[in-house]
Write a protein that binds this ligand. Structure first.
Ligand SMILES: NC(=O)c1ccc[n+]([C@@H]2O[C@H](COP(=O)([O-])OP(=O)(O)OC[C@H]3O[C@@H](n4cnc5c(N)ncnc54)[C@H](O)[C@@H]3O)[C@@H](O)[C@H]2O)c1
Ligand SMILES: [Zn+2]
Ligand SMILES: [Zn+2]
Length: 395
C-alpha cells in the first residue's frame, strides 16, 4: 500500500525534510491485535503538527524513540532482524471504512465509517480512571508515537474509532473532526452565550472556533492575526472585528519577544468601551500572543490557552494578572468522548451552517485543497502547505 512515512534508516532527522511516499505491506491483524481494527482510509487532514514534522521542528524525540521502542517489541515477538521496522507512518487526522476487526472488538462493525481520536489512552492511569482521559499519563499519539493514517490502510486500536454518519457529515469534513474537536474543547471551557470573545491567531483550529463560538451564542467575536489570508478567511467565517497585527510589530521581531502589543490592546479596549473581553482564546502559541490575551481580558474574565510552543514563556505584570482575578485554562486535545458528542451535534445540525462554511470557505469546495495520493511529490505537498491553511490527502 502507499504510505507517507519518515524512515530513520534512510534519512537522518536533522538532514532531511518532508515525508517519503513508499510502498509498504498492508497492515494485517496479528496475534495480540484482538482489540484493533483496520481502516481503508478515504481522506486525511494535514495540520500544523504535520508541518512541524515535515520541517523537523517538532516531535523529534517522540518519533525517533517510539520507532526504536516498537522495533524492540517486534524483535522480541518474532526474534527476527528482518522484521526490524525503522519508519513511522505519519498522520493523525483521518477518516475511513472499517474493513477488518479483532475478535474482542464489540461496538464497531465491518463497513462502519469512522474518524479517529488521535490520543491512544491507557485506560489505567489516575486520569483515565477519573474522567480526564485527555491528559492520560501514558498516551500515545497516532502518526507520532504509533503509525497513523497517511496511508491507504491503517491499523488502529478500536478504542479510538468514532462512528460517523456519512449521510449527515460529508467525508471531507469527517476527516477534520479531530482538529474541529480541539476547538470544541477550547470553546467548552466556559459558557460563551452572550459573551464578547477575542481570538488571537487564526490558524485552522481558530477558524473552527469562530464558527463554534457563534454556534454557542457568543455576542461579539474579535480576531487578532498578522497574516492577510488567515484574517480574510476569519472575516468570511464571521469575525465581527478583525485586528491585523503588522508583521514588524510581532513580538518575535521587535524588542522583548514576550511583550503584549499596545496597538492591539488599545483597539480591543476601544471595541469593548474600556472593559476588555469576557473570554480571550490564545490560538497561536507565541509569547506575545499569550500576553495579548491576558492583557485584553476584562477583570474576572477567562483566558483559554491552546497554542503550543516548546520552552519557557514569560507572563507580564504578574501582580496585575493575579489582582485582575483572571482564570487561565489550559486545553489539551479533546475530552473523550464528551467533545466528540458536541462535535457531532454541531456538524450534523444544518441550521448553523458550520459544515457549509467549512466546505466553502476553509476547503474552497475542494478546489486546490485536496491532494490525490497518486499526485504526491515533496514539491506539490509543500506548495499545498504554503497555499492553504488546511488541506486533505485523498487515498
Ligand atoms: N492544545 C492542543 O491540544 C493543541 C492541539 C493542536 C494544535 N495546537 C496548537 O495550536 C496552535 C494553532 O494550531 P493551528 O494548526 O490551528 O494553526 P497554525 O499554528 O497553523 O496557525 C497559527 C496562526 O497564528 C498566527 N500568528 C502567528 N504569530 C502570531 C501572533 N504573535 N499573534 C497572533 N497570531 C499569530 C499565524 O499567522 C497563523 O495564522 C499551534 O500552536 C498548535 O501547535 C494545540
Ligand atoms: Zn492535527
Ligand atoms: Zn491513562
Amino acid at each position: 500500500m502507499k504510505a507517507l512515512i519518515f524512515d530513520k534508516s534512510k534519512t537522518a532527522w536533522e538532514e532531511s525534510k518532508g515525508f517519503e511516499l513508499v510502498d509498504i505491506p498492508k497492515p494485517v491483524l496479528n496475534k495480540g491485535d484482538e482489540d484493533k481494527i483496520i481502516l481503508k482510509v478515504r481522506f486525511a487532514g494535514v495540520c500544523g503538527t504535520d508541518k512541524g514534522i515535515w520541517h523537523r521542528m517538532a516531535f523529534k524525540d517522540a518519533i525517533l524513540n517510539s520507532i526504536d521502542h516498537e522495533a524492540t517489541q517486534i524483535y522480541e515477538l518474532h526474534a527476527n532482524d528482518a522484521n526490524k521496522k525503522t519508519y513511522r507512518v505519519i498522520g493523525h487526522e483521518f477518516f475511513g471504512e472499517v474493513i477488518e476487526k479483532g475478535s474482542n472488538v464489540k461496538d464497531i462493525e465491518i463497513g462502519d465509517m469512522v474518524s479517529c481520536e488521535s490520543h491512544v489512552v491507557c485506560n489505567k492511569c489516575f486520569q483515565c480512571l477519573n474522567g480526564q482521559k485527555e491528559v492520560c499519563t501514558n498516551e500515545k499519539i497516532l502518526g507520532i508515537s504509533v503509525d497513523g493514517g497517511f496511508a491507504e490502510y491503517a491499523k488502529v486500536p478500536a478504542q479510538v474509532a468514532w462512528k460517523t454518519d456519512v449521510s449527515k457529515i460529508r467525508p471531507e469534513i469527517a476527516a477534520m473532526q479531530e482538529p474541529f474537536g480541539n476547538a470544541v474543547h477550547a470553546a467548552s471551557k466556559v459558557d460563551l452565550k452572550g459573551k464578547t470573545v477575542a481570538i488571537f491567531g487564526l490558524g485552522p483550529i481558530a477558524q473552527f472556533l469562530v464558527l463554534i463560538a457563534q454556534g454557542l451564542g457568543a455576542k461579539t467575536i474579535i480576531g487578532v492575526e498578522p497574516n492577510e489570508k488567515a484574517a480574510e478567511m476569519g472575516k468570511k467565517m464571521g469575525i465581527d472585528h478583525m485586528i491585523r497585527i503588522k508583521n514588524e510589530e510581532l513580538g518575535i521581531k521587535n524588542g522583548p519577544a514576550h511583550k503584549h502589543n499596545q496597538v492591539v490592546f488599545n483597539e480591543i479596549m476601544q471595541l469593548t468601551q474600556g472593559l476588555g473581553v469576557d473570554v480571550a482564546f490564545e490560538m497561536a502559541g507565541f509569547n506575545d500572543s499569550v500576553n495579548n490575551a491576558i492583557s485584553s481580558v476584562r477583570r474576572g474574565g477567562d483566558v483559554i490557552l491552546f497554542g503550543l510552543k516548546t520552552g519557557d514563556f514569560m507572563l507580564e505584570d504578574y501582580n496585575k494578572l493575579i489582582m485582575k482575578g483572571v482564570t487561565l485554562h489550559c486545553v489539551a486535545g479533546r475530552q473523550i468522548w464528551q467533545t466528540w458528542e458536541i462535535t457531532k451535534k454541531l456538524l450534523e445540525n444544518t441550521e448553523n451552517k458550520i459544515q457549509e462554511k467549512l466546505w466553502s470557505v476553509l476547503l474552497n469546495e475542494g478546489e486546490g485543497t485536496i491532494l490525490n495520493i497518486a499526485d504526491y511529490s515533496k514539491e506539490n505537498f509543500e506548495e499545498m502547505m504554503t497555499k492553504n491553511p488546511k488541506f486533505l490527502i485523498k487515498f
